[in-house]
Ligand binder design. Structure first.
Ligand code: CA
Length: 510
């Protein structure tokens, strides 16, 4: 009798899951790599044409204050999957960390309630994935041309341009799955990561644009010691060959790994576009500021051209959802793994708790909940995405997940979410950015640097939105410093960041 009752219970639970599964929303997350909000139309970019990302914002919501916990590629994706900060999910930096897929991930929770889950494209967290029914991922960083992929079937070379191939694979997977089950698909783009290699069909789109230099392009970094020591300057650190495709000879160009792997037709298109630019540069013999500004312009062009293919491919996914009548019941999120510098402070790259890299673009469409053209000002962090998706799928948030669901903000975009934001950047390597952690509220930002540089910075974002004046030692801000330190202490406790707490205790007054 008892066994029969248990059996009946299991059957009923199965039927319940099956029935409720059909009502659950599908999820598509499109995550790019290093795509700056300054380069996106919906965020007011003067130059960047991103009609498809803008389409998601127009049909749903744009997040004006979406932030990351740790502004670098792998750690950001680890946080997306776990809903935890780096010191809790173990993936603190790209250089030394190994991602532990055996820990709880939001996709594992979704699988338990019947979701079909997949990651296609760039993940860069190792090759032995868990939590995904299907995956077909780029090997490591991935390459723009003729990339290698790894799936459960093994390694495979695919001829073509990465943004097209990743999208093709994602759509092919959607075509194969059981339409009775909800799905969660993550599409990881290689674009717009260094070395910004566009699809040749996009060459020329921005060539005649007269890009204005950001007001901080010639930043002197006074009062910011860590910023003065970095190695991410467009002028000083961007490479003429590797980054800007200006090689001294055709032979040198073809020796570079990115070109070596191209087929002849791809090589021909690149040679035809870049060699005349190189010849002109040689003739013009630019130096000093004129050369720095030439580099800035070429960087902008290559970057925006690379984004163009990704945006076009995002459109293919949206069109597919429309054609299959899936748009109504599918949550679509587009975000970058962090923000990026488009010449602000003279930089490319990311890492910092300064606004351009701390903030990330994020737009979301979900007709069941979000009104078209919604603007969300509430501060959210990437760790909040996993618990939000679980709530939307009616799954209880696991206790150790640190993010907080922002579903209440989707229902009412006037609501606040986080008062203060906590940040911790751990890597101490390429680009020479000192590890740091800090706290930001609506007006102030307090940062503590350690290891490479040992000091504090305080910014008044209302008076100094470009973060040029560190006012930590200014007596006028004495009470602000002490208030922000209390906020920092409370954030470190909330996120249980013992490493930051230990550094803070020793250096509180220094
Ligand atoms: Ca990145």
């Amino acid at each position: 009798m008892k066994i029969k009752a248990i059996f009946l219970g299991v059957v009923l639970l199965g039927i319940f899951n099956w029935v409720s599964g059909q009502n659950k929303p599908n999820i598509v997350i499109i995550i790019s790599d290093d795509h700056a909000y300054q380069a996106i139309g919906a965020y007011g970019s003067v130059y960047g044409k991103t009609p498809q990302i803008d389409r998601i914002a127009n049909q749903g919501a744009i997040f004006k204050n979406a932030f990351v916990n740790n502004s670098i590629c792998g750690p950001s994706r680890a946080t997306l999957l776990t809903g935890k900060y780096s010191h809790k999910n173990g993936f603190k930096d790209n250089e030394t960390s190994q991602f532990d897929f055996s820990q709880d991930l939001f996709v594992k929770q979704l699988q338990k309630v019947g979701y079909n889950t997949a990651w296609v494209g760039k993940i860069h967290l190792g090759e032995k994935l868990q939590g995904f029914n299907y995956y077909d991922i780029l090997v490591g960083q991935g390459t723009y041309f003729n990339p290698e992929f790894i799936s459960k079937q093994g390694r495979k070379h695919t001829e073509g341009y990465v943004s097209d191939i990743v999208t093709e694979k994602a759509i092919n997977w959607l075509d194969t799955i059981d339409s009775d089950r909800p799905f969660c698909l993550v599409i990881g783009h290689k674009a717009t990561h260094r070395t910004w290699m566009p699809d040749p069909k996009d060459f020329g789109t921005y060539d005649s644009v007269n890009f204005t230099l950001p007001p901080t392009f010639y930043d002197d970094y006074q009062s910011r010691q860590a910023a003065s020591l970095q190695e991410m300057s467009i002028d000083k650190n961007m490479k003429m060959g590797y980054d800007l495709k200006m090689f001294k000879s055709l032979e040198d160009m073809m020796e570079d790994g990115n070109f070596k792997r191209m087929n002849q037709a791809q090589k021909d298109r690149y040679v035809a576009y870049y060699r005349p630019i190189y010849e002109k540069l040689k003739q013009d013999n630019l130096t000093g500021k004129r050369l720095a500004e030439w580099k800035f312009k070429r960087y902008m062009i290559d970057y925006l051209n690379t984004a163009q293919s990704m945006d076009r491919n995002i459109g293919r996914v949206l069109d597919y959802l429309d054609q299959k009548s899936l748009s109504e019941n599918t949550i679509v999120i587009y975000l970058s793994d962090q923000g990026f510098y488009m010449g602000e402070h003279g930089w490319f790259d990311k890492c910092w708790m300064y606004e351009e890299s701390f903030r990330t673009p994020m737009v979301m469409r979900y007709p069941a909940l979000l009104h078209p053209q919604s603007t969300i000002e509430a501060k959210v962090v990437n760790a909040d995405i996993a618990p939000t998706l679980l709530e939307l799928a009616s799954v209880k948030q696991p206790k150790d997940m640190q993010g907080k669901s922002f579903v209440h903000v989707l229902k009412n975009n006037k609501e606040e979410h986080r008062k203060d934001l906590f940040y911790h950047y751990f890597e101490n390597g390429e680009h020479a950015v000192s590890p740091h952690f800090g706290v930001r509220d609506d007006r102030y930002k307090l940062i503590r640097y350690y290891k490479r540089v040992e000091n504090w910075e305080l910014f008044d974002l209302e008076k100094d939105p470009n973060e040029r004046h560190n006012v930590y030692k200014d007596p006028v801000y004495k009470s602000v410093v002490s208030r922000m330190k209390k906020k920092l202490a409370s954030q470190m406790r909330e996120f249980d960041d013992k490493e930051a707490e230990a550094i803070y205790k020793v250096n509180i007054d220094r």
